[in-house]
Design a protein around this ligand. Sequence first.
Ligand SMILES: *Cc1c(COP(=O)(O)O)cnc(C)c1O
Length: 440
Amino acid sequence: MTQADPNADLLARSRAAVWHPCTQMKVHETLPLVPIVRGEGAWLYDAAGKPYLDAVSSWWVNLFGHGNPRIAAAITAQMATLEHVILAGFTHPAVVELSERLAQVAPPGLGHCFYGSDGASATEIALKMAFHFWRNSGKEKKTAFLSLANSYHGETLGALAVTDVPLFRDVYAPLLRHQARLPSPDPRHLSPRTSPEEAAARAAAALEARLARAHEGIAALILEPLVQGAAGMAMYHADYLKAARQLCDRYQVLLIADEILTGFGRTGTLFACEQAGITPDLLCLSKGITGGFLPLSCVMSTDRVYAAFYDDEVSRGFLHSHSYTGNALACRAALTVLDIFRDDDVLARNRQRAAQLSAKLAALVGHPKVKDFRRLGMIWAFELNSDRPALARWCFSEGLTEGVILRPIGNTLYLMPPYVLSEAELDHLAQAVIAIVGRA
Ligand SMILES: *Cc1c(COP(=O)(O)O)cnc(C)c1O
């Protein structure tokens, strides 16, 4: 890099002043940060004007492109009217409209919206609500949570306790209350390999055995419906969700669906739970909810859960709060996201886009370096067979060279683009990925 590199100044100052997330900062002695100064549609641009196609939707949050004009205009208009107001004791039109609209589009029966600021806070809210629900219902012994192997529900201490990513969890293990982990329905982990249906049936049998033995002490089962994202886009059969719903009902355990990643069309339906025809007791939403513009999360609950808190006694209420709960700008962005889904026939157009990209990636199916090529909705993933050291970092750097942002998880390479790619952009993405696999 020469002194004239327009990116150099931002890089040096960022390394000095910003402690970056999910990062061993020393890595950036050799791996340069990518300084992004502008975004438009699926593209991000560095200070030198080099374009990168954002194939990870900026950590899975972007739906309709960077700088989406419709969302930007809605936020600007909201900003001129009301930017924020305390939500305890006060209310405002954007939060009321959003709560009504979410209840209309979510699985039936989830009529009460509680807001937080990010995904992990939604998980905390759902866990606390589930525990408190049983306490208010006279079942004080129900204090434990079940989660799945390789689960990810966020990284605050409560969420980390139900997260099964050793790299994120093990250091903090002394701070976490141990929670039981159940076999995942992810068929990749079974040997010998079986069908997704069989993997779902076996995982459901393990859940049933656990519930039969221990349900009296269990408050809730928390899971990521259909796709365990941080596990490496592990995709599993909807039968497991149907079984989990039935078993949770039978054994009086709440079901928490963490749709922070899968919500808002990622798996092909607006919510992944729809593909199993189930309603969870608590539904966690975040990430795509504002189209990637502003932090917002929401926990939706059933009348039954809500009713257990509704009382003359203050302490039986849910006294949890965050300063920015129900932020008006974020709610307005989320309403605009729902408008775009309604007006632009997004799910149908995504089905076309997905078929196009799958066709362009056909060379990867059966490729000697590719294992378990899979897709659900707007998520593509496969494991890369390669002996390269630090494979994920190598792929990331190769992606930048090709003008594509990829962030593999271990040896899993995945694509999770925004829902706006044109034919030419789909070509660019497919060609880049095929070229990288060829060199791996
Ligand atoms: C990203 C994610 C979270 C955590 O959300 P943050 O906003 O990063 O705290 C929780 N659950 C799932 C399934 C996620 O993908």
